[in-house]
Ligand binder design. Sequence first.
Ligand code: AMP
Ligand code: TRP
Length: 336
Amino acid sequence: MQEAQQQKPVIFSGIQPTGVPHLGNYIGAWRNWKLLEDDYRCLYCLVDLHSLTIRQDPAELRRSTMQAYALLLAVGLDPTKSLLFVQSHVPAHAELAWILSCYTYMGELSRMVQFKEKSAKHDENINAGLFTYPVLQAADILLYQAALVPVGADQKQHLELTRDVAERFNKVYGDVFVIPEHRIPKVGARIMSLSDPTSKMSKSDPEETYISLLDRPDVIRRKIKRAVTDSEGEIRYDEENKPGVSNLLSILAVLTGRSIEACVDSLAGQGYGALKEATAEAVITTLSPVQAQFDALIQDKERLMQLMDEGAQGAARLAARTLAKVYKKIGLLPRG
Ligand code: AMP
Ligand code: TRP
């Protein structure tokens, strides 16, 4: 990483590499990650260790991690500006997680909403990893002295826990960790499901409810044509009473770089068919170049692995500094 990059505040964010990322991930996360690349020193991580709290098929996990990495590059994240890497390639994440788990209380972890939800959903496999998941997430962030963590609203509680643990540690040992801030995007923080516009677009829902970043034009047109709207027939932004139409307007506005009002004006006097057509075309125009890039990148696994390795090496260098400082502060004897 160049000298100039090293002076900038650090941003860290992570996404699990399972399943194909969808339009919500793109609009709510990746698109913003890209906008931050010039002003911050960014680290974007595929958190494969976090995925293990649910039983994964090994071959499928390898495949989807490679695919997610190619997609990070295909959406335009730049490995010469940001560190793009896989969590398990940097052992310091697991090492710091152990230390931090000794500074995190059972009571704190049992209050985590994600733990409660996931243990209710997978009651046959409530493993200790599911419980300590937020500690590993804290380690991800604190290892790099990240100042900002851009994530969706659902991750706010984990961020607060990270801050609490970091502050507790700093109180005992001095200023070891930077206390990170949470950052939620202004627009597009919540792209909704196409079939139920009152719940968020999610990759654990059925296929027709979301647009995968790898859906081809005919599939995109079909899914958007079937998107749930309302029976009123007027194109107007009103999240409460017209969630379906508002969701399509948000997608259209974000992807065309226009305001919602400008989008409404341009469709004045027309029906939902026109809104859906315009939205589908905006999605296709956005995703076609991403898919062309992806198709080329995924052919060259060696190059992908090389970039992954470079990302991991850069990240490991930064992580080693924090880990050494932590080990020293808490009294672990250094190796001779
Ligand atoms: P997940 O798919 O839950 O692992 O989330 C990965 C990233 O995408 C997180 O930063 C989420 O906040 C963001 N994200 C997930 N779903 C949506 C959505 N429907 N709308 C906007 N952002 C989302
Ligand atoms: N828990 C996050 C999610 O489910 C993913 C994640 C893991 C993460 N480690 C992180 C996000 C560190 C931000 C920073 O979306």
